[in-house]
Design a protein around this ligand. Structure first.
Ligand SMILES: [Zn+2]
Length: 227
């Protein structure tokens, strides 16, 4: 990475010389570390980060991606395994379109249990890797092993879509829609949760309690009229 390139691309950057590059790199390191913590490593953590990210308001997302200090760009880098956040900052339009597609696909997954991911029209430079066995490991089974596939792309936006698809393949069944009629947020189900949050669960419990109470009053009223 050339220092000039970084300095030019970073609007908030006014320093010069080695000191400024050092400071820039150290702030990038700090942001990468924070992004790694936020995205997480376990599939359920990564999936939760993703589902929260795709449901963010689009204007807010575009505004943030355009900033040189965009946390979201760093988080996307961590998620997709990309080294330079500028790859996302410069492609924010395509990226937000791709995120919109993922948001719709995730909604459909939660409602119908079906995952369909459409890639942008001009995809090129795709890489598919399938591995069948580790070298030196002898298999006794007669059944040939199923190939494990790894899809990759040079395009950073397509790369992020492949990582999303991978995550859905392993943990997609956890993507649910909050059962609260006034919420309907997508969330990642762990254990037996039906609601996205404790707040929604409580609101729904109260609502059901009130409607049971009303029903009981109605029945009592009917009974007293019949007497
Ligand atoms: Zn909810």
């Amino acid at each position: 990475m050339r220092a000039e390139a970084i300095t030019e691309a970073d609007d908030g950057w006014t320093g010069e010389g080695d000191g400024s590059l050092r400071r820039l790199l150290s702030s990038a390191r700090t942001q990468f570390a924070a992004a790694s913590r936020k995205v997480g490593q376990k599939p359920t953590q990564r999936l939760r980060w993703l589902i929260d990210a795709v449901q963010r308001p689009r204007d807010e997302m575009i505004e943030e991606l355009r900033l040189s200090s965009s946390n979201l760009a760093f988080e996307l880098c961590v998620f997709a395994g990309i080294a330079d956040p500028r790859e996302y900052r410069s492609r924010f339009v395509e990226l937000v379109q791709a995120i919109e597609t993922v948001d719709r696909s995730a909604r459909r997954l939660a409602q119908e249990g079906r995952w369909l991911l459409e890639f942008p029209g001009d995809v090129s430079g795709l890489v598919i890797e399938r591995s069948f066995r580790q070298v030196g490991v002898r298999r006794r089974a007669h059944k040939p092993p199923r190939g494990e596939a790894f899809f990759d792309a040079r395009d950073p936006v397509v790369k992020v879509l492949f990582r999303i698809d991978e995550l859905i393949a392993s943990d997609g069944a956890r993507v649910c829609e909050c059962l609260s009629a006034t919420c309907r947020l997508l969330f990642v189900k762990v254990r037996r949760a039906d609601f996205c949050s404790e707040r929604c669960a409580l609101r729904e419990r109260k609502r059901r309690y009130r409607s049971r109470l009303k029903e009981r009053e109605r029945v009592n009223h009917q009974n007293s009229e019949e007497k």
